[in-house]
Each structure stands twice: as structure tokens, then as C-alpha cells.
Design a protein around this ligand. Structure first.
Ligand SMILES: *[C@@H]1O[C@H](CO)[C@@H](O)[C@H](O)[C@H]1NC(C)=O
Ligand SMILES: *[C@@H]1O[C@H](CO)[C@@H](O)[C@H](O)[C@H]1NC(C)=O
Ligand SMILES: *[C@@H]1O[C@H](CO)[C@@H](O)[C@H](O)[C@H]1NC(C)=O
Ligand SMILES: *[C@@H]1O[C@H](CO)[C@@H](O)[C@H](O)[C@H]1NC(C)=O
Ligand SMILES: *[C@@H]1O[C@H](CO)[C@@H](O)[C@H](O)[C@H]1NC(C)=O
Ligand SMILES: *[C@@H]1O[C@H](CO)[C@@H](O)[C@H](O)[C@H]1NC(C)=O
Ligand SMILES: *[C@@H]1O[C@H](CO)[C@@H](O)[C@H](O)[C@H]1NC(C)=O
Ligand SMILES: *[C@@H]1O[C@H](CO)[C@@H](O)[C@H](O)[C@H]1NC(C)=O
Ligand SMILES: *[C@@H]1O[C@H](CO)[C@@H](O)[C@H](O)[C@H]1NC(C)=O
Ligand SMILES: *[C@@H]1O[C@H](CO)[C@@H](O)[C@H](O)[C@H]1NC(C)=O
Ligand SMILES: *[C@@H]1O[C@H](CO)[C@@H](O)[C@H](O)[C@H]1NC(C)=O
Ligand SMILES: *[C@@H]1O[C@H](CO)[C@@H](O)[C@H](O)[C@H]1NC(C)=O
Length: 375
């Protein structure tokens, strides 16, 4: 008997604790291409006296909160947005957001939810923008193409399409009309195609961009997700900056962001191709010799006129040459190094290369020439 009362009390408390919070979803329905990602967004006014504790997105067909550990969902507490990545057809469905406040759980007041449909291609029936990627890395001076597709309901007609920079979100400006970009940007004019191109990229074109379209009907507008464009140049780094006979030096030509596809790196030493082989963006001088000293340039095939990075490999080798005009000719040269009172054998041969200049090699060098007659 007592147990029954307790259950009734619990139910009573829970039901009375449900606070009606109206969640606004923007947009309310959308299509996205399989394999892409989509961001669901909402906002809501929190009634006075309540404070936010936790928010969760639910897929209508399952009552369990999506698990973040799957990697499929990225949830932001107060931002009320959900990013679904690597979309599969199974991700189609109705999504809703529920807020938990410090004292109570808020239940949606109505049955409003976000209707997400995963499709093969964006057709005319559904709102949605799909980019081939949301991150682009390009060289200064080059051209970037952002493949893009969009859809809208059959009974709408397009009034306006444009790309804008995220910084101007409150007052999105068509980049074709912005002085900075004028004459350098193209937007595809074919149906359902929002492919965008920026030519002669500048360093300050790095940033976040979005596509937006407006139809001829009231409320008919939609913005795509964010696209990042990063402008990069080349930098050469070396594992050593001096030539050490017999050692190894690796030169790496790096970009500050990751290029899509394969860039073919080209190396020059002074004005000629290098004698050493390069692998992707690295050049291995192995073993290195004094003749490798010089200026190294790296560029990318197709961008030769735009890009160049350089590094100088210094020549710190000292070659001592022993000469003698003795007759009969000298057949043996022996090198000695005198440092203080110590005399050490330093090498043999007409030329003696002191590869490493250091305190260890400091000293006075002299050679002794020997022929069949004497010294
Ligand atoms: C999405 O798919 C790509 C490629 O299949 C994979 O590398 C990535 O880890 C996946 N991301 C998530 C969050 O599952
Ligand atoms: C989609 O759901 C069906 C049925 O629940 C399941 O058999 C299938 O493996 C799922 N596909 C993917 C790609 O998750
Ligand atoms: C969700 O959207 C799809 C495609 O637009 C539509 O076929 C479906 O009926 C919608 N579902 C609901 C519950 O509105
Ligand atoms: C979209 O337009 C661009 C530029 O006009 C074009 O290169 C591309 O092939 C078009 N894409 C499709 C899928 O038609
Ligand atoms: C961007 O860089 C170009 C030159 O590269 C310059 O003319 C332009 O004023 C810069 N714009 C801004 C907003 O700094
Ligand atoms: C769409 O364009 C037409 C003609 O240019 C205009 O009359 C109408 O008001 C526009 N609709 C919207 C929603 O902007
Ligand atoms: C875009 O760039 C910003 C700033 O560099 C970064 O925080 C964000 O993660 C990037 N977005 C994507 C989708 O890579
Ligand atoms: C230089 O590299 C070669 C192979 O690439 C390796 O055999 C050799 O030990 C390296 N020498 C030094 C001094 O690191
Ligand atoms: C340069 O590229 C190499 C190989 O791709 C990488 O190991 C290294 O960390 C990069 N260095 C910088 C400074 O980005
Ligand atoms: C990049 O190069 C690798 C091997 O050289 C090749 O397998 C791959 O298909 C290339 N990728 C692109 C996008 O060209
Ligand atoms: C480096 O120095 C040595 C000896 O001084 C010389 O023989 C060699 O030509 C120099 N190499 C370069 C590239 O200057
Ligand atoms: C030069 O010095 C480096 C490191 O100090 C050493 O690894 C290398 O073997 C030396 N080379 C010669 C020719 O002595």
C-alpha cells in the first residue's frame, strides 16, 4: 500500500515539473547528401527563474540520447546545435531538443521537430546545401573552386543566390558586389548548382564563407553551413643549415594547411635542378658534401610563377690544399694538426677536407710531402 502512494507521488511531481519551453528550430526541415554533414540548430527562451542544466538532442524514433562517444554527434550545451557527420540514410528522421533546467526537465510544447532527409542528390523537393568539403586550403594567387549543390521545394522559384563571408552574417553581402572581391568571384548560374570560385586569392581571403538563397515565397530562404578557406604559402625547413661532409641534411617544403589532392613539389639548387632525389615535399641530401652548399628553392608544379620558398645551406667546409713542385713528383701527402704542443695525424692526400669546424678541429695544419727521394 505504501509503495503505491510513493509511485503516485513520483508521477505527480514529474508531471507538474514539466515546464513548457518552446524550442524554435531553424531550419525546420532540410535535406543533406549521404556522406556529408549537417548542422541542426535551435534556440529557445528560458522561462524566468530557470537556469540551464543540460540539453540533449533526440531522434524521434529512439528515446535514448544520442551517444557522443559514437563520434557521430557533436553536441553543444547552450548553443543548441547538433552536427551530424558521415550521414547515412539511417540518419533520416525527426530530431528534437530537450532542455533540462536545474530543477526540472522541459518538454517541448508542441510536436515541432527538425525533419532531416538524407538523399543521394539534392533535388528540387527539399531545402539543403551541400558542399564537397567544408575546408579548403589554397595558395595565394591561385584559384579555389568550392563545389556546391542546393535544393528547394518544387513550388518555389529562386529569387536570389549569393555567397557571403561569415563575418557579415548579420548583414550578409553578396561577395560579387563587394569591392574586395569584385571581378574575382564566380557563382554557377545553373540549376541547383552553387559552385563558387575565387580567383587570384589573397592572404586576407582566408576565412569562413556561406552560400545563401532566397526564393520568391514568403520565408523562403536558406543558408548553407560554413566553408573554411585557408590561404597558404610555402616554407622550407632544414634539419641542419651547414654542410657537414658525410652527414645528412633534409629539406622540407611545408604548407601551413593541408592541401587537397597531390601537389608536386619541385626543388632547385641555385638555378638548376638538384642532384638529390626528392620524395613528396622533402629533399634528402645524403650524404651531403661541400658542393651541396647553396640556395635551395621549392615550388609547386603549376604554381611556379606564384610560389617560391628558399633556404640557404651554408658552406662551412674548409679545404686545405698541399702543393709542391718537387721533382720527382710527390706521391704521398700527410697532414698533421698542431694544437698547442700536440701534433696529431689529420689525414692524407693532396687535399685535406676539414669537414667540421669546431674547437676540435682548430689548430695549425701542415702537410708533409714525400717523394721517392725524401721529404
Ligand atoms: C567520417 O568518415 C571519414 C572517412 O570515412 C573518417 O575518416 C572519419 O573518422 C569519420 N568521422 C566520424 C566522426 O566518424
Ligand atoms: C540502417 O538501419 C538498418 C535497420 O535498422 C540496418 O540493418 C543497417 O545496417 C543500417 N545501415 C547503416 C549504414 O547504419
Ligand atoms: C520529412 O521530409 C521528407 C522529405 O521532404 C518528407 O517526405 C516527409 O514526409 C517529412 N516527414 C514529416 C514527418 O514531415
Ligand atoms: C556547377 O557549375 C560549375 C561552374 O559553372 C561547373 O563547373 C560544374 O560542372 C557544375 N556542377 C554540376 C554538378 O553541374
Ligand atoms: C586584402 O589584401 C589586399 C592586397 O593583397 C589589399 O588590397 C586589401 O586592402 C586587403 N583587404 C583588407 C580588408 O585588409
Ligand atoms: C522575388 O522577386 C520578385 C520579382 O523580382 C519580387 O516581386 C518578390 O517580392 C521577390 N520575393 C521575395 C520573397 O523577395
Ligand atoms: C575553420 O577555421 C576555424 C578558424 O581557423 C576553425 O576554428 C574551424 O574549426 C574550422 N572549421 C572547419 C570545419 O574546419
Ligand atoms: C644518412 O642517411 C643514410 C640513409 O639515408 C644512413 O644510412 C646514414 O646512416 C645517415 N647518416 C647519418 C650521419 O645520419
Ligand atoms: C613539415 O612537413 C613535414 C612532413 O610533411 C612534417 O613532419 C613537419 O612537422 C612539418 N613542419 C611544419 C613546421 O609544419
Ligand atoms: C595522390 O598520389 C597518390 C600516390 O602518388 C595516389 O595514389 C592518389 O590517387 C593521388 N591523389 C590525388 C587526389 O591525386
Ligand atoms: C664549399 O667550400 C669548398 C672549400 O672551400 C669548395 O671547394 C666548394 O666549392 C664550396 N662549395 C660551394 C657550393 O660553394
Ligand atoms: C661532424 O660532426 C658531426 C656531429 O658533430 C658528426 O656526426 C660527423 O660525423 C662529423 N663529420 C666528420 C666528417 O667528422
Amino acid at each position: 500500500m505504501h509503495a503505491c502512494v510513493c509511485v503516485r507521488m513520483c508521477v505527480f511531481v514529474c508531471v507538474s515539473g514539466l515546464q513548457a519551453i518552446s524550442i524554435n528550430y531553424d531550419p525546420k526541415e532540410m535535406c543533406a547528401i549521404k556522406g556529408s554533414k549537417v548542422v541542426l540548430k535551435c534556440n529557445y527562451p528560458l522561462p524566468q527563474g530557470y537556469s540551464f542544466k543540460k540539453g540533449s538532442w533526440y531522434k524521434h524514433d529512439s528515446r535514448t540520447p544520442p551517444r557522443t562517444s559514437v563520434g557521430k554527434f557533436v553536441q553543444f550545451s547552450t548553443e543548441c546545435s547538433l552536427t551530424l557527420v558521415n550521414l547515412t540514410f539511417n540518419d533520416s528522421g525527426l530530431y528534437e531538443y530537450r532542455v533540462q533546467t536545474t530543477s526540472r526537465t522541459a518538454q517541448p510544447t508542441d510536436t515541432t521537430r527538425v525533419n532531416v532527409t538524407i538523399v543521394d542528390t539534392l533535388h528540387k523537393d527539399c531545402w539543403g546545401v551541400s558542399y564537397s568539403s567544408d575546408n579548403f586550403c589554397a595558395f595565394e594567387g591561385s584559384t579555389v573552386d568550392i563545389p556546391c549543390a542546393y535544393g528547394y521545394p518544387r513550388d518555389h522559384a529562386i529569387n536570389k543566390t549569393f555567397w557571403f563571408r561569415e563575418e557579415t552574417k548579420k548583414d550578409p553581402k553578396d561577395l560579387r558586389l563587394v569591392e574586395e572581391y569584385r571581378g574575382r568571384v564566380d557563382l554557377s548560374s545553373s540549376d541547383n548548382n552553387c559552385t563558387f570560385r575565387i580567383r587570384h586569392l589573397r592572404q586576407n581571403n582566408s576565412g569562413q564563407y556561406r552560400f545563401r538563397y532566397i526564393t520568391n515565397k514568403q520565408g523562403g530562404a536558406f543558408s548553407g553551413g560554413l566553408v573554411n578557406i585557408s590561404i597558404t604559402d610555402l616554407q622550407v625547413s632544414m634539419t641542419a643549415d651547414t654542410v657537414t661532409e658525410g652527414g645528412n641534411v633534409t629539406l622540407t617544403c611545408n604548407t601551413t594547411c593541408r592541401l587537397k589532392g597531390n601537389a608536386t613539389f619541385i626543388w632547385y639548387k641555385d638555378t638548376k635542378p638538384t642532384r638529390h632525389p626528392s620524395i613528396h615535399n622533402t629533399l634528402h641530401l645524403s650524404p651531403v658534401s661541400s658542393e651541396d652548399a647553396g640556395q635551395y628553392f621549392c615550388t609547386v608544379e603549376g604554381q611556379e610563377g606564384l610560389l617560391l620558398a628558399e633556404a640557404t645551406l651554408h658552406n662551412d667546409t674548409v679545404t686545405l690544399t698541399c702543393s709542391s713542385d718537387a721533382y720527382p713528383p710527390v706521391h704521398t701527402y700527410t697532414w698533421y694538426r698542431k694544437a698547442g704542443h700536440d701534433i696529431t695525424l689529420a689525414g692524407a692526400g693532396q687535399s685535406h677536407v676539414v669537414a667540421n669546424i669546431s674547437s676540435k678541429t682548430n689548430g695549425f695544419y701542415y702537410c708533409v710531402a714525400q717523394n721517392d727521394v725524401g721529404q
